[in-house]
Design a protein around this ligand. Structure first.
Ligand code: DC
Length: 215
């Protein structure tokens, strides 16, 4: 069985997907981590983020495993290195490149083949797994998402410029929603959940119930 969870950053999507997968006994595929790995290698190798052919080739050549909260690239644990601000920024540019998306979509389908998976990203219900048994689209206001991100950064001891964070999240949303290929939109048959006023526990509970009810 495939359960897809799509939506913008800061909706609690990743954590909710992980906890849902744990409760169901499914694997959890983090497809954002795959775009982040391509971005990390792109920065390391020094490929310009607009060199589409080179990026497509790069995306097809990295061995990546992004299950259950772990992220490895060619056997190296890159879990922390793909979460830096530079990689986050570069990922939203490499994700616009059709050849990168093609390479990663193929890998995502192969990774999920024959197993029970909760898969999380932007295009899982629309493009990658259009026949998934259950589809969710999580949303939250941009202010809520910026507040959550600020709290997360403060928790790590980082200083936060809230207005800059808000602008950065809005710009990333804009790139994700308005790109030509696989833009961030809910699938027609996705269940939309606005998490702005919900705790993480409530989000997980709702997902579990909806998967179970299959109405
Ligand atoms: O979910 P995230 O922040 O880790 O995603 C990193 C970037 O990759 C973000 O800019 C959106 C993009 N992405 C995408 O285009 N398609 C996906 N299936 C997952 C992520």
């Amino acid at each position: 069985m495939i359960v897809t969870i799509d939506g913008p950053a800061g909706t609690g999507k990743s954590t909710a997907a992980r906890r849902l997968a744990e409760q169901l006994g499914f694997a959890m595929l983090d497809t954002g981590a795959m775009y982040r790995i391509v971005a990390l290698r792109c920065l390391e190798v020094g490929i310009p983020v607009d060199d589409a052919p080179a990026l497509g080739q790069l995306a097809g050549s990295i061995e990546m495993l992004c299950f259950d909260g772990a992220a490895t690239a060619d056997g190296e644990d890159v879990g922390n290195r793909i979460r830096t601000a530079d990689v986050t920024e570069a990922a939203s540019f490499v994700a616009k490149v059709p050849a990168v998306r093609e390479a990663l979509v193929e890998r995502q389908r192969a990774a999920a083949a024959g197993r029970d998976v909760v898969t999380e990203g932007r295009d899982q219900g629309t493009v990658v797994f259009p026949d998934a048994e259950r589809k969710f689209f999580l949303t939250a206001s941009v202010e809520t998402r910026a507040r959550r991100r600020a709290a997360e950064l403060k928790g790590k001891g980082e200083t936060v410029d809230f207005d800059a964070l808000l602008a950065e999240i809005a710009a990333r949303d804009d790139r994700d929603r308005n790109r030509e290929i696989a833009p961030l939109v809910p699938a027609g048959d996705a269940i939309e959940i606005d998490t702005s006023e919900m705790t993480l526990d409530e989000v997980v509970e709702e997902l579990v119930q909806r998967v179970g009810s299959r109405e």
